[in-house]
Design a protein around this ligand. Structure first.
Ligand code: FAD
Length: 380
């Protein structure tokens, strides 16, 4: 039998995250959004508070949480601000490949520093001409004796250039070798030849940093190759199969915030002689929101629970991201509608929630890509 009851420990941690969000994230969110600033102080606070490195095993100084607890906490953090939560999601994306494919020596050397200070990790696959089609990556890694020489450009990289560790996917095979020609490498921020290009000015999710990274003759020792040559595509897909659940959890947080704001407002705002929520059209919108949030959370928790059984299910991960991301987009649009003209103004949190929600349908594989993942598994 499966229980949907949280354990006492999970309830306690949820409470801690909720207080952290209320005290540290919500008061700072509007300014971080306005200035497009990384929440560096909040991350430092989270590290000291014991709310950082959620999925990093304890042996490397992390919290070593199970995925279900990770989902519960990410929902709380994203409730405060999706851009701030991007720091957690970005690190999960950057650290998972090494947890999956690193040798013991690589894990010791690259992961232990993350337990000692609030550091960032980056997952670098997207390029100007390789977005949904990862097999089109053009960045090259040429082997010369005991080193690889990396050349190319990555873009839209969360924590790009500010990360201590960049997991870089580059082509070791022939130019037309497709997915089979990709290999993963671990590259530090201060590697000579690594530079930061354009820092993106985004519509939403503005408290997260994404940038272009340029590799010009970056020398990477063979010992920093992650997995064997040609395994890069597999490592990247296995990573996304696990981290999409985190995006689903963040989406539930954004959706819940929009719904709760709208519910509260609908009780205060009186039109035609009664509060908005007493008009059936508004009450039904709220009923749909509440239902979609429960359904989305159920899928996210199921995907997380499956991973905790040691059996990540790519289909469930994609379903969780797809459903929760679309629910967050729809709910933020409808919640803003309940605020009417006020929702369109910057004084209220609704327009930010709506701008933020859009990214949930794009990164870590667009919603079309999620449907490709799901349909490939239900039709094979
Ligand atoms: C805020 C943000 C953070 C990001 N962080 C990272 C990161 O940390 N690391 C990283 O590597 N990348 C990152 N990305 C990149 C992101 O993963 C890509 O933007 C995304 O995968 C889509 O690629 P694209 O933008 O090139 O769109 P394209 O692939 O060009 O797609 C354009 C449109 O066509 C659709 N489409 C494409 N192919 C098909 C098809 N076969 N069938 C149907 N529809 C299709 C897409 O769904 C989309 O709607 C980030 C992007 C953003 C905006």
């Amino acid at each position: 039998m499966i229980s949907f009851e949280m354990t006492d420990e999970q309830k306690q941690m949820q409470d801690v995250a909720r207080k952290f969000t209320r005290n540290q994230i919500i008061p700072a969110a509007a300014e971080l959004d306005e200035k497009a600033q990384m929440p560096v102080d909040i991350i430092k606070g989270a590290f000291e508070f014991g709310l950082w490195n959620l999925n990093l095993p304890e042996q490397y100084g992390g919290m070593g949480l199970d995925h279900l607890t990770e989902a519960i906490l990410l929902e709380e953090i994203a409730y405060g601000c999706l851009g701030v939560c991007g720091a957690w999601a970005g690190n999960s994306l950057g650290l998972t490949p090494i947890l999956l494919a690193g040798t013991d020596e690589q894990k010791q050397r690259w992961l232990c520093p993350f337990g000692e200070a609030p550091l960032f990790a980056a997952f670098c696959i997207t390029e100007p001409n390789a977005g949904s089609d990862v097999s089109a990556v053009r960045t090259t890694a040429r082997r010369e004796k005991e080193e690889y020489i990396l050349n190319g450009v990555k873009h839209f990289i969360t924590h790009g250039g500010i990360a201590q560790m960049h997991v870089v996917f580059a082509r070791t095979g022939e130019p037309n070798s497709g997915a089979k020609g990709l290999t993963a490498f671990l590259v530090p921020r201060d590697a000579p030849g690594l530079s930061v290009g354009k820092i993106e000015n985004k519509m939403g999710d503005r408290a997260s940093h994404i940038s272009e990274i340029i590799f010009e003759d970056v020398h990477v020792p063979v010992r920093d190759r992650l997995g064997a040559e040609g395994q890069g595509f597999k490592i990247s897909m296995q990573t996304l199969d696990r981290t999409r659940m985190c995006i689903g959890a963040a989406a539930v947080g954004v959706a819940r915030r929009a719904y709760e704001e709208a519910l509260e407002y609908s009780k205060q705002r009186v039109q035609f002689g009664k509060p908005l929520f007493k008009h059936q059209a508004i009450a039904f919108m709220l009923a749909d929101m509440a239902t979609e949030i429960e359904a989305a959370r159920g899928l996210v928790w199921q995907a997380a629970w499956k991973m905790d059984q040691g059996d990540a299910d790519p289909k469930l991960g994609a379903m969780a991201k797809l459903y929760a991301g679309d629910a967050a987009m729809k709910i933020t649009v409808d919640a803003l509608q309940i605020f009417g003209g006020y929702g369109y103004m910057k004084e209220y949190p609704m327009e930010k929630l709506m701008r933020d929600a859009k990214i949930l349908q794009i990164y870590e594989g667009t919603q079309q890509v999620q449907r490709m993942v799901i349909s490939a598994r239900i039709t094979s």
